[in-house]
Design a protein around this ligand. Structure first.
Ligand code: SAM
Length: 239
């Protein structure tokens, strides 16, 4: 089962770095996701990290700048992202990272059991239909080393419908900034994207996220650092 959806081949993908205008806590989620990963390994000499969906490389850059003991492998299914991310990482030593264009499930299937100490993904998994997302989560568990951590900084909806509606309305209003900055095209693309994310087959709820990870065998599950629709969710693979 391959994922053929291309949700970032449009202008929203090309101009992804402008997204922070509509998401004041964007960097907060990215940096907290990275901090969660790094804090899990206090004292480790070398941490082999897989990043799923590096995009323009914001989270990748945060990972490499916060811990020189990290070796990062990044994958992203959208070919246009590779050049952008490589440009963002140009000042880091080449031996500290490798990036390639690949789809998450296809890439994970090719990896041996217990290949990475940590797997991180920021604003990627909520884009996927549930069945496909669950297949990726199973592969993440298999490919992670025992004692390793999976961190997902993502759009993770609260389970309470009225509160979720409030969060969604807040976010849609934030897209007005693109009109104010003469980019009504981006307002439309991001609004459409957020409405598509509400599809019952796609929306990622926090209770579902925790239950799914538990089912795979993850422990110490937590959701932290919530800002409206976004939060950091993580779990570890038992020793
Ligand atoms: C919203 S961007 C997030 C970028 C980055 N993680 C960040 O923190 O800014 C989502 C990225 O995930 C990629 N992506 C979506 N589905 C994917 C999949 N199935 N496999 C690999 N990459 C995927 C997209 O191409 C896009 O670059």
């Amino acid at each position: 089962m391959a994922n053929t959806e291309k949700r970032f081949s449009n202008k929203a993908g090309e101009e992804y770095d402008l997204f922070s205008l509509a998401l004041p806590h964007q960097y907060e989620i990215q940096s907290k996701a990275v901090e969660t990963l790094i804090n899990h390994f206090t004292g480790a000499d070398s941490i082999k990290v897989l990043e799923i969906g590096f995009g323009t490389g914001i989270t990748s850059s945060e990972l490499l700048s916060k811990d020189k003991d990290i070796h990062l492998t990044g994958i992203d299914s959208e070919p246009k992202m590779l050049k952008k991310a490589l440009s963002k990482l140009q000042f880091f030593p080449k031996e500290q990272f490798e990036l390639c264009t690949d789809e998450a499930y296809e890439y994970l299937k090719k990896q041996e059991d217990q290949s990475f100490n940590a797997i991180i993904s920021v604003w990627v998994l909520h884009n996927l239909k549930r069945d496909f997302r669950n297949k990726i989560i199973s592969e993440i568990f298999r490919v992670l080393k025992s004692g390793g951590i999976f961190v997902n900084g993502d759009k993770i909806a609260v389970t309470e419908p009225a509160l979720h509606k409030e969060h969604l309305e807040w976010q849609l209003k934030k897209f007005d900034v693109f009109e104010e900055t003469s980019r009504p095209d981006l307002k439309k693309e991001w609004t459409d994207h957020y409405i598509e994310d509400e599809d019952p087959e796609r929306i990622l709820y926090e209770n579902e996220f925790i239950q799914r990870l538990e089912k795979e065998g993850f422990v110490d599950l937590k959701i932290t650092d919530r800002h409206y629709m976004d939060a950091v969710g993580f779990g570890t693979k038992p020793q």
